[in-house]
Design a binder for this molecule. Structure first.
Ligand code: ASP
Length: 318
């Protein structure tokens, strides 16, 4: 029996900005979310794997200047870029991730290459970049990721003496979520016709983070997880709290050990477990039956999903 494919994507969670009142400002985000979801959906409708669909969607999100992953990544406190990404295939619990890289144009492709190589799960820094080079992946100068808007953001955040979970894009001034209070990670989860689940996440991390800091996104079980028997999950938010709660895996664990539904499990993690230790953010999740759950405890989260051939739903605010 063929399963109806489903895909969901996110472009970060955060606080609603004044520009949110301007419907025109939000339109560019809705359009980007819709076209990226449509691309993943088309792939699934043609019978492609959930893995291919989430990798394509995240790669497009990495390239999209409105979202912070890939080009336009945030600056660390040392004025460098350190990108993290992960991918997981729910069929056999295969996973790959890279952390703290600054030369790999599409971090999600490198994460997938680590998974397909099959020897290790997580490669970091220079070794991860050497691996990507060996695999023939596109490398760029670190300055490729820099934008003047991000440099300005670093100055502002530094001036306030904080570490910010946010991102900038071309439409910074008109972004519907407040760019100084936003989690910029991108991610995708999908269920394919064969009933397989996959998840992928990619991020520039946090503005003014300490050089060497690694967030939840590339940590399997924290920011990313997929298991065909339960769900595929991609998170965005204050990474340290998502690591401490093993957030993505906790969704699957609640389903497995406590018999919770996807909605019960995902909501418990985002509305209870993560905020209980001071964390904020959201996640996107799909279970093996094709249920979709997109909870967030912030004012908004860039998100979209599509089922079968139905038109995608996009949303930013509650
Ligand atoms: N979770 C990411 C991190 O902590 C940040 C984000 O979601 O934007 O690196």
């Amino acid at each position: 029996m063929r399963t109806t494919p489903v895909i969901a994507i996110h472009g970060g969670a955060g606080t609603v900005s004044a520009a949110a009142l301007d419907a025109g400002a939000a339109q560019a985000y809705h359009d980007a979310l819709r076209s990226i979801t449509l691309a993943g959906q088309a792939l699934l409708q043609r019978g492609a794997s959930a893995l291919d669909a989430v990798c394509l969607a995240v790669e497009m999100l990495e390239d999209c200047p409105l979202f912070n992953a890939g080009h336009g990544a945030v600056f660390t406190g040392a004025e460098t870029h350190e990108l993290d990404a992960a991918v997981m295939d729910g069929a056999e619990l295969r996973a790959g991730a890279i952390a703290g890289v600054s030369r790999i144009r599409h971090p999600v492709r490198a994460a997938r290459a680590v998974m397909e190589d099959g020897v290790h799960v997580l490669l970091a820094g220079a070794g991860a970049e050497d691996f990507a080079r060996e695999r023939g992946l596109e490398l760029v100068e670190p300055s490729y990721f820099s934008t003047e808007a991000r440099r300005e953001q670093l100055r502002r955040v530094r001036g306030e003496g904080r570490i910010a979970l946010d991102h900038d894009g071309a439409a910074l001034a008109a972004a519907p979520l407040d760019e100084t209070n936003k989690f910029g990670t991108v991610g995708a989860v999908a269920l394919d016709r064969g009933g397989h689940l996959a998840a992928a996440t990619s991020t520039g991390g946090m503005t003014n983070k300490r050089a060497g800091r690694i967030g939840d996104s590339p940590l399997i079980g924290a920011g990313t997880y997929a298991d065909d028997k339960r769900a595929a999950v991609s998170c965005t938010g204050s990474g340290e709290m998502f690591i401490r709660t093993a957030a993505a895996y906790d969704v699957c664990a609640r389903m497995r050990y406590a018999g919770q539904s996807l909605a019960q499990a995902a909501n418990a993690v985002i509305m209870q477990a993560v905020p209980a230790i001071g964390g904020s953010g959201g996640l996107i999740a799909i279970d093996r039956a094709g249920n979709v759950c997109l909870p967030f405890n912030t004012e908004g989260m860039y998100r979209a999903h599509a089922r079968g051939a139905e038109p995608p739903h996009t949303a930013i605010h509650r």
